[in-house]
Design a binder for this molecule. Structure first.
Ligand code: ATP
Ligand code: MG
Ligand code: MG
Ligand code: MG
Length: 467
């Protein structure tokens, strides 16, 4: 059975053997795009290369990029623990062509990697193309020999990618894996597609147009390819699992979380949440983010507090979350030296935030119970309650929503927003700010600076020179 680590190495080695430069994952903090909260795809570090503003020594690259989708345009936070396939932190395997090969080779490489290199049975796969992209459909059907009745034509929402309102854009083709009849869900493009039976594994983007301000599409002189495949999704297939959280890496983290919290049921969704969140938080801190009340730091704070709440629900009696870091380092440290280098900082920052929140978590939860007891079943949670939990007990809105969801309730977000606005007005007039969410600054001051290691690395199986 291939481990997650071996699959990552195989991917890089396959594309290196086809003249792709192996490139290390960039930091989660986008260096070239202040509008983006976190790196959420493999192409982000190559954005300027695609735009033609930056030249590299190579025209083909492959990477395994760490990604976070929690906040901003792509936000999968609410899915975590509830779908088989979403994480807030995941790795995206990708191969890229900068004006080098195009559709034909990109599809052929993906096909060869999945069916030859990994040996997946062709009959388990399903393909989508953009509804106007006859060329891609023809390649799948006539060159690959893929059955026409398993190719869905999909509209622009899912199968036409664009970098922004203007600039590079183009059609996608996606590859799905059928996890079997026992699982509810249907093929992409059908009304049942939302289930978890057919899971999208690989998305190939063909950048072939330059979108103008007037909406017209000019052909790019040198079309490019950008692909992304979720490492954890392909690992679950290769390990005979349906749920990503059943792969080797997550099972280690889940086991540790159950030891630390005393949880008995290893299938408890809260264990998945904790296992997911420790990766996101550790990598964000390794990349220089610290919990705070705004921007990236607030996203991090929200995720740590959410993990703490799930730990509490699982029965944790003590601060537990920071104790997960060691387990993560054992799983991913070999491939991500920045985790090892920063282990101490990560533990210290997590512990400080856990500590801070522990003081109010229990009372906040009691407050929630008390207030909802008198509400009718399924009644909406008043925005005022959510605001009090936020303001007095440090519960980020999404944490209250997370608690409410388990209770089959929703929060009145509009009313919450009104309370927030009213408070801002008050504090503007009083020139004072609530300190309730502030983390102890002493801890932050004591953190050592992030140490970056070099960019040479070898993959587990083959020696590929990474840059
Ligand atoms: P989905 O439709 O399943 O949400 P997506 O279309 O949003 O996926 P893309 O933006 O196309 O995903 O990203 C490329 C690949 O990255 C996907 O095909 C999938 O394998 C993987 N991926 C995307 N989001 C996640 C996530 N939250 N957790 C794990 N893997 C993901
Ligand atoms: Mg998605
Ligand atoms: Mg999709
Ligand atoms: Mg997609």
């Amino acid at each position: 059975m291939l481990t997650t680590q071996q699959i990552r190495a195989k991917f890089i080695a396959f594309f290196a053997a086809h003249n792709h430069q192996a490139v290390r994952s960039s930091s989660l903090i986008p260096g070239n795009d202040p509008t983006l909260l976190f790196v959420n795809a493999g192409m982000v570090q190559f954005k300027d290369v695609f735009l033609g503003a930056e030249k590299r020594k190579y025209s083909r690259a492959a990477s395994s990029q760490r990604c976070v989708r929690a906040g901003g345009k792509h936000n999968d936070l609410d899915q975590v623990g509830y779908t088989a396939r979403h994480h807030t932190f995941f790795e995206m395997l990708g191969n890229f062509s900068f004006g080098d090969y195009f559709k034909r080779e990109a599809i052929q490489y993906a096909w060869d990697f999945l069916t030859k290199e990994l040996g997946l049975p062709a009959e388990k796969l399903w393909v989508t193309v953009f509804e106007e992209d006859d060329e891609a459909e023809k390649i799948w059907r006539d060159e690959i020999g893929f059955p026409a009745d398993k190719i869905s034509r999909i509209g622009a929402k899912d199968n036409f990618w664009q970098m922004g309102d203007t600039g590079p854009c183009g059609p996608c083709t996606e590859i799905f894996y059928d996890h079997g009849e026992d699982i509810p869900g249907g093929p992409p493009g059908t009304p049942e597609e939302d289930g978890d039976r057919f899971i999208e594994i690989w998305n190939l983007v063909f950048m072939q147009f330059d979108k103008q301000a007037d909406g017209s599409l000019l052909p790019l002189p040198k079309p490019c390819v950008d692909t992304g495949m979720g490492l954890e999704r392909i690992a679950s297939i290769m390990q005979g699992k349906h749920n990503n959280y059943d792969i080797d890496l997550f099972q280690h983290l889940i086991k540790k979380a159950s030891e630390l919290t005393g949880a008995k049921d290893l299938g408890d969704p809260s264990l998945k949440v904790v296992a997911d969140h420790i990766r996101t938080c550790s990598f964000l801190i390794a990349d220089g983010v610290l919990p705070s009340n705004e921007g990236r730091g607030y996203v991090l704070r929200r995720i740590i507090r959410r993990a703490a709440r799930h730990g509490n629900k699982l029965g944790a009696k003590d601060l537990f979350f920071h104790q997960m870091v060691q387990s993560l380092v054992e799983q991913m440290g070999a491939d991500y030296p920045e985790l090892v280098e920063n282990q101490h900082n990560i533990e210290a920052a997590l512990k400080a935030e856990e500590q801070k929140f522990a003081e109010t978590l229990e009372i906040g939860l009691q407050e929630y119970q008390k207030a909802t007891k008198s509400l009718a079943d399924n009644a909406t949670i008043p925005g005022e309650l959510a605001f009090k939990l936020y303001d007095t007990f440090g519960f980020p809105l999404d944490l209250t929503q997370d608690v409410a969801r388990e209770d089959n309730r929703v929060v009145d977000v509009d009313a919450f927003d009104r309370c927030m606005e009213a408070q801002k007005d008050r504090s503007r007039s009083h020139k004072q700010f609530s300190q309730s969410n502030q983390i102890s600054t002493d801890v932050i001051k004591n953190l050592a600076p992030t140490v970056f290691t070099g960019y040479d690395s070898t993959t587990a199986e083959v020696n590929v020179q990474m840059i």
